[in-house]
Design a protein around this ligand. Structure first.
Ligand code: ZN
Length: 314
């Protein structure tokens, strides 16, 4: 059994304090988020997380990608599709992931142990298009989703080649909403998966009831769902366990929707049920969703307890 995070971790921008940083700042080259990445990665490792994120410290999950994608425009905090969606103008997350990997390497004294490392995270094309407004060019969202999948494929391939992460995760929370056309959604994920030589995961938070059967057929190696914040999904997993054979389950076992530390007995009960359903070798424990909104000490404690249970049953 291994553990991961869904992605975001509480972080704050820093300001230049020493001479070198002040000098960099005067050239516009100071990165106020670098220390946030370092502290978020270190906190995850201290809490016992095996597969860490860079903390997704730079901003919200949609604009962080769309600001580099031609055909998309951000205005007043909203994203609009204003023309043909083309390939990103630059690599988006590579530098942060490489820095996160460097921090992990230093943490372990020079080489990263087997099974540990960083994961790349991309917000999925279905979720980005459904949270944007189509203003021109596209007659329907489905065509925009396919073009965006081709665009994001460049980032996915760059992560695989230049970062060599443990796996790459596509965040598609909209798949549980009933708003997404599943055939197109699957086609979009197939585009991202095509020829990829690292495992691909997909995170879908929310209540799975109606969507689970469709989602289980997606061509991914890991399906990541929430199980702590609602009492529906565990039953759905139990009833449909045969549909996900051959896939690993990212098992949300701490509740990211409350800013309080979970009861360790609740975590343990969930995890033992999950072991019964899919077997411990198929489980990757994580929180239900990102931890951005939790106070830092609460986020840390959630992860620490989760890993205590992981160690008890591994
Ligand atoms: Zn989520």
């Amino acid at each position: 059994m291994r553990s991961t995070v869904v992605g975001s971790f509480p972080a704050s921008e820093s300001s230049p304090s020493n001479f070198k940083d002040k000098l960099l700042n005067s050239f516009g080259a100071y990165d106020p988020f670098k220390e946030a990445i370092r502290s978020s990665v270190t906190a995850q490792l201290d809490a016992g997380v095996d597969i860490v994120s860079d903390g997704q410290v730079r901003g919200d999950m949609v604009s962080i990608f769309t600001k580099y994608i031609p055909g998309m425009k951000i205005e007043g905090g909203n994203t609009f599709i204003v023309g043909k969606i083309r390939n990103p103008t630059q690599e988006i997350s590579i530098k942060d992931l490489q820095f996160a990997k460097k921090v992990i390497k230093e943490y372990y004294g020079g080489s990263i142990p087997e099974g540990k490392g960083v994961k790349g995270i991309i917000t999925g094309p279905n979720t980005i298009v459904h949270s944007s407004r189509v203003q021109s060019f596209y007659k329907n969202k489905e065509d925009a989703i396919i073009d965006l999948a081709h665009s994001l494929k460049f980032e996915v391939d760059a992560i695989a080649k230049k970062v060599k992460p443990v796996y790459i995760q596509i965040d598609e929370p909209f798949l549980s909403t009933g708003m997404v056309e599943m055939k197109t959604a699957r086609e979009a994920i197939d585009i991202l998966k095509d020829g990829l030589d690292v495992p691909l995961g997909m995170h879908v938070c929310g209540i799975l009831k109606d969507a689970f059967k469709d989602i289980s057929r997606f061509n991914v190696d890991i399906l990541d769902f929430e199980f702590a914040g609602n009492n529906v999904n565990l039953g759905v997993l139990k009833d449909n366990a045969s549909l996900i054979s051959g896939k690993k389950i990212g098992f949300g076992c701490v509740d990211s929707s409350v800013n309080e530390v979970d009861d360790i007995n609740d975590i343990e009960n969930l995890v033992t049920e999950a072991i019964d359903i899919v077997g411990k070798d198929n489980l990757i424990l994580d929180p239900d969703c990102g931890l951005r909104r939790a106070p830092k000490d609460v986020a840390f404690e959630k992860l620490r307890l989760m890993n205590e249970i992981k160690d008890k049953y591994s």
